[in-house]
Ligand binder design. Structure first.
Ligand code: 5GP
Ligand code: ZN
Length: 113
């Protein structure tokens, strides 16, 4: 989708600070980090949000969770990390392409919302 920011980052139209890529997944540093390490992990396939995950496209979500330990290890997140996906207006989703925030590098707040 050429009007989707993250599709444009994945295809290289918009530059990003890439930390991982394979045939299914692209991961890059968030432009406005909210933790010492803040990475966005996205499927290359355009899926709008967690509300749009189905039996047909869920394999890429499983794959994302398979690569998260590799990315976390590469980033030195040995003391833990947090994975978040915002879905829809109540959760303040601002980019309508499914993405998982990988946050770490320091002690985080106990509450998530
Ligand atoms: P959301 O609010 O949808 O859960 O997360 C969207 C994230 O994308 C935000 O944390 C925001 O900082 C990040 N973001 C927005 N535009 C860009 C961009 O052009 N490049 C990068 N690397 N991150 C972006
Ligand atoms: Zn997209």
């Amino acid at each position: 989708m050429t009007d989707c920011l993250f599709c444009r980052i994945i295809n290289g139209d918009i530059p990003s600070n890439k930390v991982y890529e394979d045939e299914l997944v692209f991961a890059f540093r968030d432009i406005n980090p909210q933790a010492p390490t803040h990475i966005l992990i996205v499927p290359k396939q355009h899926i709008a949000s967690a509300a749009d995950i189905t039996a047909e496209n869920s394999a890429v979500v499983a794959h994302i969770f398979e690569v998260i330990p590799t990315i976390a290890k590469n980033e030195g997140l040995t003391n833990g990390f947090r994975v978040i996906t915002n879905c829809g207006p109540d959760a303040c989703q601002s980019v309508r392409h499914l993405h998982f925030h990988l946050l770490g590098g320091g002690q985080m707040a106990d509450k998530m919302a």
